[in-house]
Ligand binder design. Structure first.
Ligand code: ZN
Length: 125
C-alpha cells in the first residue's frame, strides 16, 4: 500500500519538482531527461574502460601480484581526477545516490564474468 502511494505521489509531484529543479547530470551539469539515471550518456561513455591490454592494468596487476596479497585483478574503470568517474563516485558517496553504485557494480560484475574472475572481496585501488 505504501509503495503504491509512493508511486502515485511520484507521478504527481515529480513533474513539478523537475520543473522547479530540472534534473541535471552529476558530472557535466547538462539537463537530462531521466532523473533516475543522474548521469548523461556522454558522461557514462566518457569513462575509460579497463581492458586486459591497458597499460595501467598491467602496471597495477604486476604490483599487486608481486605483493603476494592477490592472485588476480579485474578492473572496470580508469579513475581520472576531475573526470566523470570521479564525479559519479563522489555523488554516490557524498550525495546519497546509491543507484549510481548499483550501475557501477553491474559494470564490475560484467568485467568479472567476461574475464572469468571470481573474488572473495572487491576493493577499490
Ligand atoms: Zn554529463
Amino acid at each position: 500500500m505504501i509503495a503504491v502511494a509512493k508511486r502515485i505521489s511520484r507521478l504527481i509531484f515529480q513533474p513539478i519538482l523537475d520543473f522547479i529543479y530540472p534534473p541535471t547530470c552529476v558530472s557535466c551539469g547538462n539537463l537530462i531527461t531521466d532523473d533516475v539515471q543522474h548521469v548523461c550518456t556522454n558522461c557514462w561513455d566518457s569513462i575509460i574502460r579497463v581492458t586486459r591490454t591497458h597499460e595501467l592494468y598491467f602496471e597495477t596487476k604486476g604490483k599487486l601480484l608481486r605483493s603476494g596479497h592477490v592472485a588476480e585483478l579485474a578492473s572496470a574503470f580508469v579513475f581520472e581526477k576531475e573526470g566523470a568517474f570521479q564525479h559519479i563516485a563522489h555523488s554516490m558517496k557524498y550525495e546519497g545516490m546509491p543507484s549510481l553504485g548499483v550501475k557501477l557494480g553491474k559494470r564490475v560484475g560484467e568485467v568479472m564474468r567476461q574475464w572469468n574472475v571470481s573474488a572473495d572481496c572487491i576493493i577499490r585501488i
